[in-house]
Design a protein around this ligand. Sequence first.
Ligand code: HEM
Length: 292
Amino acid sequence: MAHVLLSPALDRAGRPSALKIATLVLLVVPLVWLAVRFIVGDLGPRPLAELNHQTGLWTIRLLFITLAITPLRGLLRWPKLIQVRRMVGVTTALYAILHVVTYAADQAFVVDRIVNEVLVRTYLTIGFAALIGLLALLATSTDAMLRWLGGKRWRLLHRIVYLIGAIGIVHFAWQSKLDVTQPIIMAGLFLWLMGHRVMDAWVGQKGRLPSWAIFGLAPATGLLTALGEALYFWLRNGVDPVRVLDANLMLEAGLRPGWSVFAIVGGLALIALARRDRAVGRRAAPVASAAE
Ligand code: HEM
């Protein structure tokens, strides 16, 4: 029993893993923080609605962190990172369940009303589809399910995580109404996550992208995010796309989402290059000392 409870903190050999323990703590912190704020009455006039918002935000953040683990372990030369992917993925689904439970609680658990809202409001129907996907991934996340399904079918099923990411962003943007900065930044980061995978399949060597591809992706995703933002405002509010692109260039309306995305993925590219140089340096060092 104790082993089952401790298992999230152990590595495959059954030893305590510092990385897993740290990840577990970080994953629980938002939940504890929200619980404390709820108990002391620090969540505003509609605490359940606020809990619903906060758990929604954490669901999408954790989903993106799960998706980022594969590229990050190559970029940061940190293969052990893969050990925490399942843990972060499972926690994402648990936050999604909390998100829906707090919504149901806010609706006083009146089932007819909840079902009707989910059927009638498109953004809730979309959220529901994402939830079903996350539950399917949660149910098949164990080693036993992996063996039962077989590696090929399991991998195929788990590819729906990309679809869940995409519809999660739509759900996020749809309910945001006025300020869509965060969903657009998320959409840009999602583009990068997908772009990285496409490039990896195309030019990657053993899961490692060449430097030109890592650096090329940063401005490309920043630019595509700016174009996506312009397209969004054109389709939704009829705003001239040139005006939005101009605001991006002139920075007159502050740092637009395209720049934020460029800063985040450009920063990652710089860290990746530094890590790569260090790794090359370490490999070259014994050769140099042998030559001395
Ligand atoms: C049956 C499933 C779901 C329901 C009923 C639901 C319901 C809601 C509701 C009612 C809101 C607040 C809308 C408002 O105040 O106008 C919301 C926001 C949100 N939801 Fe969901 N949702 C579901 C699934 C999901 C899933 C699976 C994700 C993530 C992948 C997600 C991510 C979000 C995010 C990021 C927000 C915005 C939070 C904020 O900006 O404060 N939701 N959702």
